[in-house]
Design a binder for this molecule. Structure first.
Ligand code: GDP
Ligand code: MG
Length: 176
């Protein structure tokens, strides 16, 4: 069984993925319903806290938004420790970011106890429907082999961001 959420009702969700794939934008759309087209690199780790009330139970989602360079640093594992949810984000318009999905998932889940896993394709608005389907076909296999659920989203248009977030929150809550 998954650990940590019971009693505390605070869940730690960690977002990882290559630099500039859209991690911070996804958090900003979800938490503040805003989008900024200008890139501001995340330095170290950002935190956001979202409070929910589910079935009259207070529930806090603590979101750790990382810089994207942790893979090359030895301190990485302290970011990931005790994560209940691991979200690997890649850029649907950038093939290169697909190649590192598995590595991110392996690194981020190494020091947590069986977290819920998601693979999220960001910037859906930048790809054609055909390209979107081609990417989804490839990445669904990768996600499945990692035991992760796959979602395509756009922080710019907001497409699927709420649906994905609610899915994430409700699965985490159910696991608590
Ligand atoms: P991070 O380094 O993974 O946190 O990436 P950011 O969230 O900072 O985004 C990097 C760049 O991609 C920024 O210029 C964003 O405006 C842009 N971006 C992020 N999400 C989207 C999206 O859904 N659609 C488009 N078109 N651009 C996006
Ligand atoms: Mg960032």
């Amino acid at each position: 069984n998954r650990t940590g959420c019971v009693g505390l009702k605070i869940c730690k969700a960690v977002l990882v993925g290559d630099v500039a794939v859209g991690k911070t934008s996804l958090v900003n759309r979800f938490c503040h319903d805003v989008f900024d087209k200008d890139y501001k690199a995340t330095i170290g780790v950002d935190f956001e806290v979202e409070k929910f009330s589910i079935l009259n139970t207070p529930f806090t989602l603590q979101i750790w938004d990382t810089a994207g360079q942790e893979r090359f640093k030895s301190i990485a594992s302290s970011y990931y420790r005790g994560a209940h949810v691991v979200i690997v984000v890649f850029d649907m318009s950038d093939e290169g970011s697909i190649a590192s999905i598995s590595r991110w998932m392996e690194d981020a889940t190494a020091s947590s106890n069986n977290p819920l896993k998601f693979v999220v394709g960001a910037k859906k608005d930048l790809v054609s429907q055909a390209a979107c389907r081609a990417v989804e076909e490839r990445v669904l296999d990768i996600a499945q082999s990692l035991g992760a659920e796959y979602w395509s989203v756009s922080a710019k248009t907001g497409e699927n961001v709420q649906s994905f977030s609610f899915r994430c929150v409700s699965l985490t809550f159910d696991a608590a």
